[in-house]
Ligand binder design. Sequence first.
Ligand code: IPM
Ligand code: MN
Length: 354
Amino acid sequence: MYNIAVIPGDGTGPEVISEGLKVLKAVSDINGFTYNLIEYDLGGERYLRTGEILPDSVVEELMKVDVIYLGAIGHPDVKPGTLERGILLKIRSLLDQYINLRPVRLYPGVETPLRDKGPEDIDFVVVRENTEGFYTGAGGFLKKGTKDEVAIQESINTRKGVERCLRYAFDLCRKRGGTRKLTLCGKTNVLTYAFDLWHRAFKDVSKDYPDIATDYAHVDAISMWLIKNPEWFDVIVTDNMFGDIITDIGAIIQGGMGIAAGGNINPHGTSMFEPIGGSAPKYQGKDMINPLAAISACQMMLEHLGELDAAMLVEKAIIKVLTRDIKSLSAGKMGHGTREVGDLVVKYVVEDSD
Ligand code: IPM
Ligand code: MN
């Protein structure tokens, strides 16, 4: 029996999560596992109504569940950063979800903006450090609002934080069993403290993984190569900020936010799975948003829980929807409504299990 915290959140979050939960229900019936959903009302609406962002009591409860399934955080009437920092980044940090795992895989039937690239070329994973770097909030203002104003935003890189992230990436590379190549993405030519530490740790840790080939690329160069030669990459490991940026490149080359999912992983605690596209408020309540990213996030959650057969069923069903039914991954252009896409996934899940 899994305890699953559900945070539908803002905008289209609730709509896509409800399709993910439909799929979860279907595979649980087939694979015979049970779960208990605990829903949390967090996000912009609650904040505007009550002023509450993320009560401590909720954090404590989240620490005790098996996994968290998150829709989206971000509301047009709330100052940017308030909810993102106050909910999403706070959960990542307080629950020590130190890995942000973002698979980038072009499924058959999906159009990529990259001419001449197909599913055989686009299949890698980004392991993004998820609790440090520029995301800790370290820094501050001096003389704010004056013409002498100074803003300092510091990147925190601890040997411990970097090393555990690198080890996770090496282990994953081994587990994937692909070309077994781990690329460190950094900026050693300019960020000579932060990425000096990363690079030294990378070399040290690599000694424990002689079967994994290692490579290094600057973040600017990798941004180019992800477009030009995505087939070069197997697993990429990087810091929080660079990981944020390059995973948007990853998302668009795999077909866009309609399909991109990620996991915030604490290998020893509570992990959280989410579609990475955001709350897309302009599509809210219109049955237009693509739920496949949320359903993919559900698939990652199942994998994480060890429900591998269920995860495989879901992935196969997603591929069927992509190759048979859906016209485009973009909201409003799918040729089907949000709920219909969820129903199609469920239909294929059930068909395949017979
Ligand atoms: C992401 C998002 C978040 C991030 C924002 C919403 C704070 O862009 O999950 O990639 O920067 O990590
Ligand atoms: Mn991002």
